[in-house]
Design a binder for this molecule. Structure first.
Ligand code: FAD
Length: 449
């Protein structure tokens, strides 16, 4: 086990706020810890019956495989059974609670450097117990409504117990920290003809195991890390796998090295009512199924923010530093919207910042200054031709961003070894897409970690 860090006794002062945290995944857990360390009174709402969020594997899938039906019963996680992390565990862990290999008598743990999802879930559960967070969580309690009471200037949080007859409760808080994750609501690509395409379609949110694709001709859309994993796994059982990637400009299908039943194509041009899928490279296939690995949408069905915060083409805004809506800061905040990053240490820094800002220890610029910072970001992205739905993709400047947050909090910048390990593992993943989880050459950074 990592060396225990004493949990400071919450010290409630006049700067202490009553804070609701929505979600007990990695973001909600570390937010709760930081808020409590700062002396705030914290209640965490979690609709599942355990901590871990996306890392709680669930073999169930949703009734609507494309996730379009708003009345469907939601399965939160998008993990597939075989999933292993795409980052080395040393780089993934929180700053003061390293993700080390644990040997526990009678309990099976996964010592691999890129472990399976169950190990990450165990790590988050260990974290929650170690820092005494579990007692702050209301499990099986779903937040249904969050709105600002204009008179009291408090946030009204309406929730319902999932078990026990669905008893509802409404409580007021000084602040709300939204940590509900953003990998549950499928985002679908749109192609001419797709609504009339007669065969099966599924989003990767509802992919668990390859078995249903036995002997099928599969068109898989996307090129993310999950798309890469899933295409390989499906190719073991499927008749053919045709990957459509918008980053492929080849004018002919490219047979994938090491596979005799997998091809890379350009974008889909259209789909036909007879089951044909036509690619921009001029080729076409009669497919049995289209598997959309096309990402997710930000979704805050509980939030009534009077259009002060909106989601427009998957840009949540306006948000100062991807966290605080200027007009409602700091009483409303969003942790974990950023992507293509090392998530846990960034969630930790965002949480420290929000906790310190809420107590007044860390100053914020004026509302106008925050707003002009957001406008400047939007203008920069527009000038660079970055689509709106990439607003929270901060891969190119994640370390600048994390160092800025650390400086605000008076906390040391992210360790050099972690940054270097991340860069090295990205290079390794590109060079060895099939084996990067088991072969690497960044041992020197690993030793420093
Ligand atoms: P989540 O983990 O999604 O937690 C949100 C929580 O909020 C859930 O527990 C949910 O039940 C709860 N909730 C939602 N709505 C409500 C409500 N209305 N009321 C009450 N509770 C609610 N990261 C890595 O570091 N390494 C990896 O290798 C990696 N691989 C990934 C692979 C996949 C397929 C996916 C989808 C993600 C991966 N990630 C990886 C990113 C991962 O999402 C983050 O690491 C992190 O777990 C995000 O945590 P979160 O708390 O923001 O969201």
């Amino acid at each position: 086990m990592p060396t225990p860090t004493p949990t400071p006794t919450p010290n409630t002062t006049s700067s202490s706020r009553k804070v609701a945290v929505i979600g007990a995944g990695a973001a909600g857990l570390v937010a709760a810890r930081e808020l409590r360390r700062e002396g705030h009174q914290v209640v965490v709402f979690e609709r599942n019956n355990r901590v871990g969020g996306t890392w709680v594997y669930d073999s169930r899938t949703e009734s609507d495989p494309l996730g379009r039906d708003p009345s469907r019963s939601v399965v939160h996680t998008s993990l597939y059974d075989s999933l292993r992390t795409n980052l080395p565990r040393e780089s993934m862990g929180f700053r003061d609670y390293p993700f080390v290999v644990i040997k526990e008598e009678g309990k099976e743990r996964d010592p691999r450097r890129f472990p399976g999802h169950r190990e990450v879930c165990c790590y988050l559960s260990d974290f929650a117990h170690h820092f005494g967070i579990v007692g702050l969580i209301r499990f099986e309690t779903e937040v249904l409504r969050v709105r600002l009471n204009q008179e009291t200037k408090k946030w009204v949080v309406g929730s319902r117990r999932i078990g026990g007859g669905g008893v509802g409760e409404v409580v007021e808080f000084d602040a709300v920290v939204v940590c509900n994750g953003h990998y549950s609501e499928p985002r679908l690509a749109d192609f001419p003809g797709i609504d009339l395409w007669p065969r099966k379609q599924i989003h990767s949110h509802n992919y668990r195991v390859p078995d249903p694709f036995q002997d099928q001709v599969v068109v898989l859309v996307g090129s993310s890390a999950s798309a890469e994993d899933i295409s390989k796994e499906v190719s073991w059982v499927a008749k053919e796998v045709h990957i459509s990637s918008r980053s492929s400009n080849s004018m002919t299908p490219v047979k994938q090295p090491g596979y005799d039943n997998m091809w890379l194509h350009s974008r889909i041009e259209r789909t036909d009512e007879d089951g044909r899928v036509v690619f921009q490279d001029g080729s076409s296939v009669y497919a049995d199924v289209i598997l959309h690995c096309t990402g997710y949408k930000y979704h805050f069905p509980f939030l009534e923010a009077n259009n002060i915060v909106t989601v427009d083409d998957n840009c949540v805004g306006p948000l100062y530093q991807h966290v605080l809506p200027p007009a409602l800061a700091p009483s409303l905040s969003f942790i974990g919207l950023i992507w293509r990053v090392i998530p846990f240490p960034l969630l930790e820094l965002q949480s420290k910042w929000v906790a310190g800002v809420l107590s007044g220890r860390i100053p914020l610029p004026s509302q106008e200054e925050m707003m002009s910072s957001v406008c400047a970001l939007y203008a920069r992205l527009k000038d660079a031709g970055v689509p709106k739905h990439y607003t929270h993709h901060i891969g190119d400047y994640q370390f600048e961003y994390s160092d800025w947050l650390a400086a605000q909090c008076g906390f040391p910048a992210m360790e050099k070894w972690r940054k270097q390990m991340y860069e090295a593992s990205e290079i390794n993943r590109t060079a060895r897409p099939g084996t990067y989880r088991d072969k690497w050459d960044d041992e020197h950074w690993n030793l420093q970690a």
